[in-house]
Design a protein around this ligand. Structure first.
Ligand SMILES: Cc1cc2nc3c(=O)[nH]c(=O)nc-3n(C[C@H](O)[C@H](O)[C@H](O)COP(=O)(O)OP(=O)(O)OC[C@H]3O[C@@H](n4cnc5c(N)ncnc54)[C@H](O)[C@@H]3O)c2cc1C
Ligand code: FES
Length: 290
């Protein structure tokens, strides 16, 4: 018997309608080619459904005959227009290449939201340094806009962004608005400038010595490529930041997103469920984690 309606529905059938197991249908309502490799999508779930995510979570997208891929949710749940969510996808292979061919009005399967979000309740009332390298801006944008929309809940806020070259920067006009917010510290750097670039040049770690850190109330949230974590974490530890106040998001190959298949497993940790967000002290001993 079904718990809610009393009908004769088997357990298997009930599992089949759980949005974590069986995809909901979504419609693409806006797209934008952001760079040569990255495309933005805004998606509305059909039937008036809400995704109900928190910053740091991801969805599993699916396409018939192609497969599934985990993609971070880039919009904040505080977004004014309710009922849609945003992602940015880098074209690296089969699934992401097919997704780049989709446009407004096309349908896509959506499971989720999955994963442990950033620990918002712990961050509240404290200072936050948010550090994004490359595509790391995609998941971190959700937290950044959450913090901006609930600015009074947080102490000092610092945003540090880095990417390889000016042409690789994502969300440029939105980032310009963050830069103009007077009670937020903001700095951006590129590894290699072009003739029009007037900003900082150098790897992202070069921005950290200029940031004030009160070790009693500062949390750092870092998202970027594995190589970046090692150096950014070393700089933050040098400033005396405790390991449990350093939060990062790991990317691993995933299949189920549900802690069942083991694809994302690092020792006893399932990145899809125990993460993708972790504190540094939770993962520093795990080989292959960083
Ligand atoms: C939690 C999570 C969040 C993610 N968020 C985003 C996002 O917001 N935007 C985005 O563009 N991508 C994101 N990814 C990565 C994305 O899932 C992969 O790029 C995608 O699954 C590749 O599928 P494909 O079929 O296009 O590529 P494939 O044809 O399977 O592979 C193409 C190439 O990419 C490599 N590759 C495939 N999957 C991964 C992976 N997970 N990590 C590293 N290399 C991989 C392969 O080794 C191969 O070289 C995320 C991954 C995870 C686990
Ligand atoms: S993706 Fe299957 S266990 Fe994590």
């Amino acid at each position: 018997m079904c718990d809610c309606c009393g009908s004769h529905v088997s357990k298997v059938e009930r599992v089949a309608v759980d949005p974590l197991y069986s995809p909901m249908e979504g419609t693409i309502i806006r797209t934008k080619q952001m760079t040569e490799k990255e495309k933005f999508f805004e998606i509305k779930l059909d039937g008036g459904k809400e995704l109900g995510h928190m910053p740091g979570q991801f969805v599993q997208f699916s396409m018939f005959g192609i497969g599934e891929a985990p993609i971070s949710i880039s919009s904040s749940p505080t977004k004014k227009e309710k009922g849609t969510f945003e992602v940015c996808v880098r074209n690296v292979g089969m699934f992401t290449g097919m997704m780049h061919k989709l446009d407004v009005g096309d349908k896509i399967g959506v499971r989720g939201p999955f994963g442990r979000p950033f620990p918002i309740d712990e961050l509240k009332g404290n200072d936050i340094i948010m550090v994004a390298g490359g595509l790391g801006i995609v998941p971190l944008r959700s937290l950044i806009n959450f913090v901006i929309d609930k600015r009074r809940d947080f102490g000092e806020v610092t945003i540090l962004l880095g990417c390889k070259a000016p042409k690789d920067r994502l969300f440029t006009s939105e980032i310009d608005t963050w830069n103009r917010i007077t009670d937020i510290n903001y700095a951006c750097t590129v590894d290699k400038a072009d003739p029009d670039w007037k900003g900082n040049v150098g790897v992202i770690t070069t921005l950290i010595p200029g940031v004030d850190v009160d070790i009693n109330r500062t949390y750092a949230v870092i998202v970027g490529p594995p190589i970046m974590y090692k150096f950014v974490i070393a700089e933050l530890l040098r400033k005396g930041l405790p390991e449990k106040q350093i939060i990062l998001s790991l990317e691993r190959r995933m299949k189920c997103g549900l802690g069942k298949c083991g694809h994302c497993q690092i020792n006893e940790k399932y990145v899809c469920q125990d993460g993708p967000t972790f504190t540094y002290d939770e993962i520093k001993g795990l080989e292959e984690a960083l």
